[in-house]
Design a protein around this ligand. Structure first.
Ligand SMILES: Nc1ncnc2[nH]cnc12
Ligand SMILES: [Zn+2]
Length: 333
């Protein structure tokens, strides 16, 4: 089976930092890591919940110091994503996580954006950049950083909301989202990953988001599931992430097939692929094996990703045609 063409809509670029690159960048920047070798680092990749992952994710970012570091990480992701079948990607970056370490906004944004600009020529892959804000830091700080991003004309298409969800509800960030909307930006937010289903409703009703990242806790509220279907609210779902962070009991009990069956716009994404055991093709592969998904169901997931993307109408038409061609090649058209 050839790689299914798709859009990746839920991807933290810092979550693509592979252990080997962490060691390379540490050596380049003269940083002493708290791990003796790759095996010792890899042994830490056992998570009990979101916070246990975030602790390692933020610690490992310390190796990102220069524009070249951000660029090398982004280049490595694009090459791996191209091999995975990703034809359009909307990359999230966490500017506050870098500012807090003394890394300038320009360094992280320019480092990532400069490489995203090359992906069309190198891989035929279209890209966009989303600035994600840390919900466990103050709303006022987020608003200041967004103002700085706008003042420097950062090439961002939208904003997101991530980091520790429990106890940090969407309602805390209404001013940030109003500011972003006034600037013409697209709006997404993590909601219902670990947090309760009413965080999803808050993200929709108070932040007015275009998409929900994760959203799997909607399963606790059948009326919300019906609403998500009725309004065709996209949920960017990350199966391997949910398993590794124990947001679901097992892959077998993951709600994605049920949500697909019920007609919701669910897509498949990798979240932090260097930490969760795989890129988008790996996510598709385990889903296909576990749930015996047929080519038409896989194509529907890919079509959902294109529908939910912020790509232009022309680009979307190209991507739908690629998926149709894949389905034909699979003998199912
Ligand atoms: N899965 C996730 N949830 C919340 N914040 C994140 N930051 C990076 N990955 C994340
Ligand atoms: Zn995420």
């Amino acid at each position: 089976m050839s790689k299914l063409p798709c859009a990746e809509l839920h991807l933290h670029i810092e979550g693509t930092l592979e252990p080997e690159l962490i060691f390379d960048l540490a050596a380049r920047n003269g940083i002493e890591l708290p791990y003796a070798d790759l095996d010792e680092l890899r042994a830490r990749y056992e998570f009990t919940d979101l916070q246990s992952f975030l602790d390692l994710y933020y610690a490992n970012m310390d190796v990102l110091r220069t524009e070249a570091d951000f660029a090398d990480m982004t280049r490595a992701y694009l090459a791996r994503a191209a091999a995975a079948g990703v034809r359009h990607v909307e990359v999230m970056v966490d500017p506050q996580a870098h500012l807090a370490r003394g890394v300038a906004l320009e360094t992280c944004i320019q480092g990532v954006a400069a490489v995203l600009e090359t992906s069309e020529a190198e891989f035929g892959m279209s890209t966009a950049l989303i600035a994600a804000f840390l919900r466990d830091r103050p709303q006022e700080e987020a608003s200041r950083v967004l103002a700085d991003l706008l003042a420097m004309n950062a090439p961002i298409i939208g904003i997101g909301l991530d980091s520790a969800e429990l106890g940090n509800p969407p309602e805390n960030f209404v001013p940030l989202y109003e500011q972003a909307r006034a600037a013409g930006l697209k709006l997404v937010a993590h909601a219902g990953e670990e947090g309760p289903s009413h965080y999803i409703e808050q993200a929709l009703d108070l932040l007015l988001v275009d998409r929900i990242d994760h959203g799997i806790r909607c399963m606790d509220d059948p009326e919300l599931v019906a609403r998500l279907e009725r309004e065709q609210v996209p949920l960017t779902i990350c199966p391997l992430s949910n398993v590794r962070l124990q947001a679901v009991d097992s892959l077998e009990s993951h709600p994605l097939p049920l949500l697909l069956e019920q007609g919701l716009n669910v897509s498949v994404n990798s979240d932090d692929p260097a930490y969760f055991g795989g890129y988008v093709d790996d996510n598709f592969a385990v889903l296909r094996r576990t749930f015996d998904l047929n080519p038409a169901q896989l194509a529907r997931l890919a079509e959902n990703s294109v529908t939910a993307s912020f790509a232009s109408a022309q680009r979307k038409a190209e991507l739908f045609a690629e998926i149709e061609a894949w389905l034909l090649a699979e003998g199912i058209a």
